[in-house]
Design a protein around this ligand. Structure first.
Ligand SMILES: *[C@@H]1O[C@H](CO)[C@@H](O)[C@H](O)[C@H]1NC(C)=O
Ligand SMILES: *[C@@H]1O[C@H](CO)[C@@H](O)[C@H](O)[C@H]1NC(C)=O
Ligand SMILES: *[C@@H]1O[C@H](CO)[C@@H](O)[C@H](O)[C@H]1NC(C)=O
Length: 444
């Protein structure tokens, strides 16, 4: 069992895939990099917070390295908090330098979206985004403002990386950004989207939960029958475009899985889910299914320790956060307002991206349940992209994170502007929990 932290295979694979330098993990402390942050008012009463770190590479100026925007899931999970301090930013949540930060390979732009997420806020409850279209149009305002004010980034390759629900947003944002660049309304060198364990076609996840869990001894025949039955109900609701009902049934499917698996962790099937933290009393929820869904999908992105960091030393450092705006304080409302959007698929948007020639990279953790790999393969088979048959004919290739090692860390297929990575021993998140670290061993 190797306990020395190593660069996650996900990081290595993706950075190399995008032609970014993986380099050697440099020894800290490195030179303090430049960072800037601000709010953009994207609509009346809707204020979006972003935080940019310029790449810090000992041999290269930031202008020779790409810019990566990171979008968290939930919806309601904060990129500036979770993605930054728990996953890929320069510091971890103890404010210690992270050896595996992506900052050596790219400048990083964290954005708290949809509005109300993280340090973003709305002034009127009617101002929350209610669907993907609104999430996308808000982000276009933010990106236009950002690239207009930071001309030094207009020409360097710009990638959108995402996780979970962030992947759905990344697809929508990517397509709109592509059009805006064509029309000349946004000046940027858009280079592609990377969709990590992404919520592209949730029904395909729900339909594969039963077979996946059954195949790894986490459901018995009875459990499989129960889960399959409710999955069919979700499918029926989605087919009828009854999306709010589909969301309720999705919550029911999760509860059935929890009961039948003795509490499997939806983010890594080799672990059990932590007992849920008590809900804050400020929540406006009246519908219990939404409370459960919020607990499962957003609360784990804003644990108490991260909240204390963001609402303590970080807000003090940033100085511009309004006094009465607390990090994560509106996330439950962000989630609740998107209720009618959760179960809508965006396979058609991925098709449009592919047709337009935008680079699309899909990657998925082997141990993820919420967005399991079988479900991802299922929606990919539904793509209408003319090159899909050629992609499908390819055999996958094994990849190793360390050239000296024979341990397979991933498989990949890539044809023209589409690539799919099967990431082994990884769950939903790029960076795994300590438990997964032990179980998956040597992942980092
Ligand atoms: C880095 O790039 C920026 C933008 O192109 C430029 O203004 C700056 O002088 C460069 N710095 C170094 C040390 O080369
Ligand atoms: C909008 O909300 C912020 C954060 O809660 C608050 O500080 C600000 O005063 C509000 N602005 C208006 C015009 O109500
Ligand atoms: C897409 O990726 C390929 C391979 O990495 C690269 O050669 C190409 O320039 C990329 N296309 C765009 C539009 O960035």
């Amino acid at each position: 069992m190797e306990l020395v932290p190593r660069t996650s295979p996900v990081v290595l694979l993706l950075l190399s895939l995008l032609g970014l330098s993986t380099g050697a993990v440099i020894d800290w402390p490195a030179e303090e990099g430049k960072e800037v942050w601000d709010y953009v008012t994207v609509r009346k009463d809707a204020h979006m917070f972003w935080w940019l770190y310029y790449a810090t590479n000992p041999c290269k100026n930031f202008s020779e390295l790409p810019l990566v925007m990171w979008l968290q899931g939930g919806p309601g999970g904060s990129s500036t908090g979770f993605g930054n301090f728990e996953e890929i930013g320069p510091l971890d949540s103890d404010l210690k330098p992270r050896r595996t930060t992506w900052l050596q390979s790219a400048s990083l732009l964290f954005v708290d979206n949809p509005v109300g997420t993280g340090f973003s806020y709305v002034n009127k409850s009617g101002a929350y985004a209610k669907d993907l279209a609104m999430v996308v149009s808000d982000m276009m305002i933010l990106l236009k403002t950002f690239f207009d004010c930071h001309k030094e980034f207009q020409t360097i390759p710009f990638y959108i990386f995402s996780e979970s629900y962030g992947g759905k947003m990344a697809a929508g944002i990517g397509l709109e950004l592509y059009k805006a660049v064509q029309q000349g309304t946004i000046q940027c060198n858009f280079a592609g989207v990377a969709l990590g364990d992404s919520w592209i076609s949730p029904i395909n996840s729900v339909l594969s939960w039963g077979p996946y869990l059954y195949s790894v001894s986490l459901l018995d025949d009875q459990g499989l029958a129960e889960v399959s039955q409710v999955a069919e109900q979700v499918l029926d609701a989605v087919n009828k475009e009854h999306y709010v009902e589909a969301t309720q049934l999705w919550g029911k499917a999760e509860m059935l899985i929890e009961q039948n698996t003795d509490g499997v962790n939806f983010y890594n099937i080799l672990t059990k889910s932590a007992p849920m933290a008590a809900m804050e009393s400020s929540l406006e929820f009246t519908q219990s299914h939404l409370v459960h869904l919020y607990q499962r999908h957003v609360r784990h992105l804003q644990q108490d320790t991260l909240s204390q960091l963001m609402n303590g030393p970080i807000r003090k450092k940033l100085k511009i956060i309004p006094e009465d705006c607390s990090w994560g304080g509106q996330s439950a409302s962000v989630f609740q307002n998107m209720e009618g959007d959760f179960m809508k698929p965006v396979i058609g948007i991925v098709d449009e991206l592919l047709e337009a020639g935008v680079n699309v990279t899909v990657y998925n953790g082997q141990l993820d349940l919420i967005v399991d790999t079988m479900g991802q393969e299922a929606w990919m088979r539904k793509l209408k992209w003319a090159e899909l048959p050629k992609f499908n004919q390819l055999k996958w290739k094994a990849l190793y994170s360390d050239p000296q090692s024979s341990e397979t860390s991933a498989f990949v297929k890539s044809y023209k502007n589409l690539a799919f990575y099967w990431i082994l021993r990884a769950g939903h998140m790029v960076r795994e929990s300590p438990a997964a670290f032990v179980v998956g061993s040597q992942l980092f």
